[in-house]
Design a protein. Structure first.
Length: 301
């Protein structure tokens, strides 16, 4: 199968290369000239504009988007809607908010264009290990794209699936990322407790290796955590500042809207936000409160 890839950053280029290795022909576009040049060395045919990409593809066209969520995706979807023809399909493989996906799909339906949302997990390891794909859209449209998903996934019959109508793929990926927040926070807190038990002088990398086999807490995330501890046991040079892509916020808001309690995921999100509070004003104020009502001493900076 032949398709176009819009967005040749690290993940987009890796996905395109995996498709090429699987026997697909991929033409790509990225506004960054260096990204286009690098893609050519990976078996991807590079084009210098969206119109050129669309003209290079056979009909019915399939275009996969791997661009930043929000305005960039909106602008790309809008531009493509004027370039594509009846029967063509766009797959949004980025981390879009499912509500934005529903809005974009309405535009495409009105123009007799296909729109598929594909929540994609796998990160930098996807090229080698395959990607987990959570796919939303019209079932018939998704079925026609099956060879693409089978090539990108860890196996033809595992790691991917059609989960429901358009929007459901990105919704599922949002929940996936929220769960990821909670798992990461639990591992981080557990290893921190181990590190603070100074009298035992515990080797965190060794403990991670033990837990990787036979333990109920074993996981690929634990594998990666253990690998990181082996490279840098004390996390020297790593700032205690954790960013978020936005999906944790979307999930907590959705949980509130649905009336579903999700305290672990909510707290893991708040911990990420707390890591960025360099002044830690709230803790300073708490100390001042204790001094005011109980005369407790204040530790000076």
């Amino acid at each position: 199968m032949e398709l176009g890839m819009v967005g040749l950053g690290r993940m987009g280029a890796n996905m395109a290369e995996r498709l090429v290795r699987g026997g697909h022909k991929v033409s790509g576009f990225d506004p960054n000239a260096d990204a286009r040049k690098a893609a050519q060395g990976r078996g991807i045919t590079s084009t210098d504009s969206l119109p050129a990409l669309i003209n290079a593809l056979p009909t019915p066209r399939v275009v996969w988007l791997m661009v930043p969520s929000g305005k960039t995706t909106d602008d790309t979807v809008e531009a493509l809607s004027s370039l594509l023809s009846t029967g063509d399909t766009v797959i949004d493989g980025g981390n879009s908010n499912y509500k934005d996906t529903l809005r974009r799909a309405e535009l495409y339906i009105s123009k007799s264009l296909g729109y598929v949302d594909c929540g994609t997990s796998g990160g930098v390891w996807g090229l080698k290990e395959g990607y987990s794909l959570m796919i939303g859209g019209e079932e018939r449209t998704v079925a026609a794209l099956r060879p693409i998903f089978q090539t990108l996934a860890p196996g033809e019959d595992r790691g991917w699936g059609w989960v429901g109508p358009v929007g459901s793929g990105h919704f599922t990926k949002m929940v996936h990322n929220g769960i990821e927040y909670g798992l990461m926070q639990a591992y981080a807190e557990g290893f921190s407790i181990l590190r603070h038990k100074i009298e035992f002088a515990l080797d965190l990398h060794q403990i991670g290796q033990i837990w990787r086999y036979g333990s109920v807490v074993r996981s690929w995330l634990l594998d990666l955590t253990t690998d990181a501890l082996g490279k840098n046991p004390r996390m020297d040079g790593v700032a205690p500042y954790v960013v978020d892509s936005g999906e944790g916020r979307w999930m907590v808001a959705e949980a509130i809207d649905l009336g579903v309690p999700a305290p672990v995921i909510a707290l893991s999100l708040f911990e990420r936000l707390r890591s960025r509070d360099t002044e830690l004003f709230s803790y300073k104020l708490l100390s001042a409160m204790r001094n005011e009502f109980g005369g407790h001493p204040i530790k000076k900076e």
